[in-house]
Design a protein around this ligand. Structure first.
Ligand code: NI
Length: 207
């Protein structure tokens, strides 16, 4: 038979176990209340901070383009990469459809794609990729530093999703379409999944 000392010790151990379980249970409950980041892959975040700014990049025809190139026109700006399996092509297709849905006013808006994967998205690669979308789509690439500066200006986050995968990797990146006005100022933004007609209606309010 166990001594009373051992029984006290066993009881104390039991209580400690119950307390630990209660703490773990509470931690799980509190965790449920915490705000969650969207799943990795396409992050979406935007604040009231300044969006847009200077950049120097090169388009799919090899021409240097800066933010000043687009003054006097609205731009729909999207950052992504040509190897993106789903979201980027979908967003570029939606952008293109929204511009078409604007009718003649669509001519006031330039669709702009800026790669966040300049290592693979060369001028040649962008040239063939851009053909899949709007005929006026301007696709831009540059050095790592130039792309990083452009992404910083638009508060766009990007990173390799799987380091060490050689040349076959995915990118995590912000997936937001920005509407920039003729003076280079942020006008509106559109998040993933918005219908082209809705986007066109919102853009039309600014034209
Ligand atoms: Ni993408």
């Amino acid at each position: 038979m166990a001594s009373s000392k051992a029984r006290v010790r066993a009881a104390a151990f039991g209580l400690a176990l119950i307390a630990a379980a209660a703490v773990a249970f509470l931690a799980v409950r509190i965790g449920d209340e915490m705000p969650r980041l969207p799943p990795s892959g396409e992050r979406q975040a935007v604040g009231t901070v300044q969006i847009g700014g200077p950049f120097t990049l090169v388009d799919q025809m090899g021409q240097v383009r800066t933010e000043a190139t687009f003054r006097g026109k609205f731009t729909l700006v999207y950052f992504g990469y040509t190897f993106c399996p789903d979201v980027c092509p979908m967003e570029l297709a939606t952008m293109s459809a929204a511009i078409d849905a604007l009718g003649p006013d669509g001519a006031k808006v330039v669709p702009v794609f800026i790669t966040i994967d300049p290592a693979r998205d060369t001028v040649e690669r962008l040239k063939s990729f851009a053909r899949n979308f709007h005929p006026r789509l301007v696709a831009l690439t540059g050095t790592q530093e130039q792309v990083a500066a452009a992404a910083r200006a638009y508060r766009v986050y990007y990173a390799k999703a799987d380091e060490g995968a050689g040349d076959d990797y995915l990118m995590d990146h912000t997936s937001i379409i920005y509407l920039i006005d003729g003076e280079g100022r942020y006008a509106a933004h559109f998040t993933y999944g918005m219908a082209a007609e809705q986007m066109a209606a919102r853009i039309a309010e600014f034209l």
